[in-house]
Write a new protein. Structure first.
Lengths: 369, 369
């Protein structure tokens, strides 16, 4: 008997992947459908319809077999050609990723960058767009997982529509946790991923496009093939994806989406996340700690480490007790700890996780005295 | 209780995805590891080492979260920049896909195309390369899933190395089923996918690169980000992937690879496929039918339909009996039927599937008289 590689024993409180409910995971172990056969059309239609209800759009939604970064590339490579001017509103690592992607695909990139922890003021976007007629597309982030900051997408949408620009939003980390109304907020392109608030394992991403985005796709001269959205649209007409998709994951995603829709829709799901975020924030504040972002998301809580406490050591201590939080990335390593509460996290589990967090902070603070 | 979408009831004899053993599937339902944490390094190292043993290379191997087409794009977008001249040896739909990809990414593409069912004679490749000094890379296909034809990669490798060109082989459909020795056959880049002979669900692809390929990657000015192999190399040094991978699928792939390595290595696995291919071919010939390709792969058997018999109807009949074969694609639709025997197919299952196939052929032939 060949033995599988052993798995670590911890519960995930990381900002993606997250702890996946057992019945969603067991969907992954079921029989496969052949993706060039009529029965595939059913599961694909079901997933697309669920995504439309969660993304609140009547536009097109396609499923990509990739990480969220793949969906970001799908947006950039279809909308931006060499020499096209774009604006990127950056409030953390994932805003920087939009910037890098647009540069790689030949865009001329203006960017508005705020210090980590801050959100980008919509007025800054408006000022820059008014001064720069040639900008066609604006890229930004709903929830910055690197800092826990939330951007004011509703205002961005209002500005971009009024000034006739395409707004592209990375909602990978926020989708399902933070309020995000694609059509009502006048957002042209939204991307998301399976492994965040939808609480499905990683491997699937999605992209929603409205009619204005399609006009831009038609006129842009982007470089793409695997992520060519025109291929996705053509194949979707016959209920298929252009390339072999991650079929097992689709069944997990389908069940997760059906459950959200059945139990009150995405707005109830946002409320559940808001309540959990409030619970975690107040717990953290009772420990005498401060939040890192000024305008926090409901998907994760990012906590400043007190002077002399190394966040990486705090994370290690909690891991040994069976609770995995996330470190800060790059410059923020050791300075912050990120507590994910995406998906249907049980309050009793979070209570235990926060108790472990408190013990670790105390122990590390004591160590330094 | 929210109900999952119902699944079709058939056994897959399609050329990918294939029927996946239950214990491999149940690996997908297990707990997740966090991909930015030390424990991830173990599973990634195990998968990479298994892939090196199956691909028979001491070069680098990376895991991509995508279909096989994603791995094709990884090869093209890293090796070919605008204006770079390439040669594509085409013997079916997947050879055409190399051609289209190279064009999309700005390559100047020469191609040698053989009618569907034939393989590309190595001598033609040699003649063309001798006449065209500027060609840097040659792209071809080990096993053409669209026709069942096998190309002589060993000879291609000998020619390309002698003439100092980079050879890139799509082994998605053949890897594990047909003999393929990356290093010994002097192949610089090989790509594969999880859902073929390795018998894991779809969603993961891989790419192997030798030192000569890296030189080309360094000098080429390709357009890539999600598939940027330099990012994959940099992250692999710390045991990570640059983007969130399809973690659940990795555990399934890991077990499948360990099993191949433990039970005699990839050459035994090839032998198992050869025996099954011989069994299916002789069964089909006993029905008075002819094979479509002149040099058949051991991954699938592609059968010519007798005059007056519609292959699509044959496939439909067998599906109703619980056995799913694949139609011919595009022009070959209805003219051929493709019987996949990738992975650990049980002989007793194949006997039943072939009996169903024989009944369907008979019924359809009778219908036309």
């Amino acid at each position: 008997m060949t033995k599988p590689t052993a798995r670590p024993k911890y519960q995930l409180f990381t900002p993606g992947p997250v702890q996946v409910p057992r019945d969603i995971r067991s969907q992954l172990a079921g029989d496969l459908v052949y993706h060039r056969e009529a029965a595939f059309g059913k599961i694909y239609a079901s997933v697309r319809s669920g995504l439309k209800r969660v993304m609140l759009t009547k536009g097109d939604v396609f499923l990509l077999t990739s990480s969220g970064t793949g969906a970001m590339e799908a947006a950039v490579s279809n909308l931006v050609g060499p020499g096209d001017k774009v604006l990127v509103a950056v409030s953390g690592k994932f805003g920087e990723r939009w910037r890098e992607l647009c540069i790689r695909f030949g865009g001329y990139v203006d960017s508005l960058t705020r210090p980590y922890g801050e959100s980008v003021p919509p007025m800054e976007v408006e000022r820059h767009l008014r001064a720069t007629d040639t900008i066609k597309c604006v890229f930004t982030t709903l929830t910055e997982t690197s800092t826990g900051a939330l951007n004011d997408i509703r205002s961005f949408g209002e500005i971009c529509r009024r000034l006739n620009r395409i707004l592209v939003v990375d909602a990978v980390a926020g989708l399902g946790a933070d309020e995000m109304r694609t059509d009502a907020w006048k957002v042209d392109v939204v991307i998301g991923g399976s492994q965040k608030a939808l609480a499905v394992p990683p491997g699937l991403a999605f992209i929603a496009l409205g009619p204005r985005a399609w006009d831009q796709v038609e006129s842009a001269k982007g470089t793409c093939f695997y992520f060519d959205l025109k291929s996705y649209r053509r194949f979707a007409e016959k209920g298929q994806t252009p390339w072999t998709p991650a079929i097992s994951l689709m069944y997990g995603l389908d069940l997760a989406l059906r459950r959200i829709v059945k139990s009150g829709g995405v707005s109830s799901y946002w409320s559940m996340h808001r309540r959990m975020a409030q619970f975690v924030r107040s717990g953290v504040k009772r420990m005498g700690l401060e939040l890192f972002p000024e305008n926090p998301s409901n998907a994760l809580t990012v906590v400043n480490m007190p002077k002399g406490v190394d966040g990486a050591r705090v994370v290690d201590r909690c891991k040994k007790e069976g609770f995995l939080f996330a470190n800060g990335q790059a410059n923020l390593r050791s300075k912050i700890v990120r507590i994910g509460h995406m998906g249907p996290v049980k309050k009793s589990h979070m209570v235990k996780a926060l108790a472990s967090f408190r013990r670790a902070i105390k122990a590390e603070a004591g160590r330094r005295r």
